[in-house]
Write a protein that binds this ligand. Structure first.
Ligand SMILES: *Cc1c(COP(=O)(O)O)cnc(C)c1O
Length: 404
């Protein structure tokens, strides 16, 4: 497993204090959203807007804890949705701001309602554009088509590579040439591409070159170009200057407006998952701490990506004196979070704090094994905790049957 997220910035806000001193009063497991860090990320993103005149949207599939939308709306231009529910959430909770939707395939029975919330509709294929485009245009929407520049810039994470061979995501130039006659081209206001994942602006530069090579003749007809998400703009060391240069290049060259829709970058390192040790077991030479938090249920990307999440005051296995494997309490053998080392022995009842847990966590968790969903707290810059929501047995039961 990689340790791609094991970086100290995840814990800057904790200032070296002990986990117990910080979080002892909270029930575990629980998620904590760090409002101060979210604000810092917002400011960084807003500086790109200020320097270039582009617009930046929150991709809600990564982070959709809407109690924080008022804070984010001071800096961002609106929200991006993967479908009807996220579009409605963006419209309700970030009112007055732009709502953009990209969905791989829209449903007939949802489209009319979607028109109530969305400002920009992006279609994945000429088939979808032909089916829904004219109706969306009549509703006054700005219409886009997702293109596939067939330019992979990432290795190892094929599950996150929309340019992988045989991908369903985006329209290749060959398909465009076959399907996009003058009639359909006239419907389009913009083009959209999303090909990056946790990448720096060097990958964007390579991608933009591919976009220009393949679709450069189309872009002068467009009002906007949406460069998707995957830009790790708020990561320490990210090359902002090159990002701004690329945005300005596109806007000047094709006389259009650039949109970005990062998810991760908005809430990067802005959350924690706090957990307690329930038991310590041993097998062969391996000592295993069983936690009240589960990789499978509460941090699904740990298994899906996979990666080993950063853990406060812990190190890679073997680096400090005591090495433990951390695992979830479910019956899934593979519900393993990772191996870590500590300078003291882990004991039942110890508090452990995982970092960078605001993204792809609260909006992606599940109740497999009848596991409870962790409560969610907001952590104010003044140090106060505010409970945003909590869950119980009914949240588990209601998803499964007819009776309360
Ligand atoms: C996932 C996704 C995003 C956000 O990606 P991040 O990696 O979280 O920045 C933006 N746009 C589209 C179309 C996506 O699928």
């Amino acid at each position: 497993m990689e340790r791609t997220k094991n970086i100290p910035p995840a814990f800057e806000a904790l200032g070296g204090r002990s986990a117990a001193a910080l979080f002892e009063a909270l029930p575990t497991p629980c998620y904590i959203i760090d409002a101060g860090k979210l604000k810092e990320n917002g400011k960084r993103l807003f500086s790109v807007i200020e320097h270039t005149g582009c617009r930046i949207l929150l991709a809600q599939k990564a982070f959709s804890n809407y109690d924080l939308y008022p804070l984010l709306s001071e800096y961002l231009s609106g929200t991006e949705a993967s479908g009807l529910y996220e579009a409605r959430l963006g419209a309700e909770e970030m009112p007055g701001r732009e709502v953009h939707v990209f969905c791989t395939a829209y449903r007939d029975d949802e489209f009319e309602e979607l028109m109530r919330y969305a400002d920009h509709i992006v279609f994945n294929s000429p088939g979808q554009l032909k089916k829904f485009g004219a109706a969306a245009k009549r509703c006054g929407k700005s219409i886009g088509l997702r293109i596939n520049p067939e330019c992979s810039t990432q290795e190892g994470h094929e599950i996150y590579d929309p340019c992988a061979a045989g991908s369903r995501l985006g329209t290749t130039r060959a398909v465009w040439n076959k399907e996009m006659t003058e009639e359909w081209r006239a419907l389009l206001d913009g083009l959209h591409f999303h090909t990056l994942c946790e990448q720096d602006s060097d990958a964007l530069e390579i991608t933009l070159r591919a976009v220009e090579e393949k679709f450069g003749d189309i872009l002068p007809e467009m009002k906007w170009l949406n460069m998707g998400g995957g830009h790790h703009i708020t990561r320490r060391g990210y090359d902002m200057e090159r990002l701004e240069r690329l945005i300005t290049y596109a806007q000047d060259k094709w006389k259009l407006r650039v949109y970005l829709e990062p998810g991760e970058a908005v809430a990067l390192n802005a959350g924690f998952l706090v957990s307690r040790v329930l038991d310590i077991v041993e097998n062969g030479g391996t000592r295993i701490a069983v936690l009240d938090a589960s990789a499978a249920c509460h941090m699904p990307d740990v298994l899906e990506m996979p990666y080993t999440p950063p853990l406060y005051l812990a190190d890679e296995p073997g680096k400090q004196q005591y090495t433990f494997r951390l695992s979830g309490p479910t019956c899934l053998s593979g519900d393993v979070i990772g191996d870590y080392s500590f300078h003291t022995e882990l004991r039942t009842g110890d508090l452990l704090v995982f970092g960078d847990m605001a993204i792809y966590s609260t909006c992606k968790n599940n109740t497999f094994n009848g596991m409870a969903l962790p409560d969610i707290y907001k952590w104010e810059p003044d140090g106060a905790f505010m409970k945003l929501t909590g869950f119980g047995y009914q949240d588990f039961k209601l998803r499964l049957g007819s009776r309360k």
